[in-house]
Ligand binder design. Structure first.
Ligand code: SAM
Length: 185
């Protein structure tokens, strides 16, 4: 099962679904699209569910224990989070919780901006959520984002191993990056 956290308006979801469709045999038994806000679930079910009987939605707060969200630990082969984790006020705790969702050997796939960009601060900075984690020791100055070194340290401290940083073309990254990580088995 793939669990997506903070799916929101589905920007990241569509890319994952397209990639799955382009990979014969890669369709999951379940794709559980989650968000802390119910309104995103209804929209995702309506827009992304038709034709995908394995696509489901559920409320999930990445900052609360899996059990309190109605999801047992150790249920996911892959957890996906696109431009969501920076919103966590306590990022180390959120990473530990997402790790508990994974089966042994499962993977956490994080897609995040890893450097400040003026347009991002200008646009997303208008929302309260952008600033929740800003100022925490692991964050870059002037916002909630985390750099590559920070991600590596956070993930290692949360129990992840085989930490990889890749860009959108699959290369080692310095800009917008997808960070593909393996959970310690
Ligand atoms: C910037 S949006 C990204 C949405 C989507 N992943 C995308 O890339 O288009 C961040 C999303 O994370 C969700 N979110 C924020 N805090 C969360 C939490 N603690 N647990 C789960 N989702 C959360 C928000 O509701 C929002 O949908």
């Amino acid at each position: 099962m793939i669990v997506e956290v903070g799916g929101g308006t589905g920007g990241g979801t569509r890319a994952v679904l397209d990639a799955l469709a382009a990979s014969p045999g890669a369709l999951p038994s379940r794709y559980l699209f989650t968000d802390v806000s119910r309104r995103f679930l209804e929209r995702a079910a309506a827009e992304l569910g038709p034709g995908r009987p394995w696509f489901e939605t559920a409320l999930y707060d990445a900052e609360r224990p899996a059990e309190e969200n109605g999801l047992g630990p150790g249920v996911a082969d892959v957890v996906v989070a696109t431009n969501m984790l920076h919103a966590a006020a306590d990022l180390p705790a959120a990473l530990r919780e997402l790790g508990r969702l994974l089966k042994p050997g499962g993977r956490l796939v994080v897609n995040e901006l890893i450097a400040n960009q003026d347009f991002g601060t200008l646009v997303f900075g208008l929302t309260d959520g952008w600033w929740r984690g800003a100022g925490a020791p692991e964050r870059l100055p002037h916002g909630p984002l985390v750099g590559v070194d920070g991600w590596r340290a956070l993930l290692a401290a949360a129990g992840y191993s085989d930490i990889r940083v890749i860009d959108l073309a699959g290369r080692r990254a310095d800009g917008q990056a997808g960070d593909r990580r393996h959970r310690a088995g």
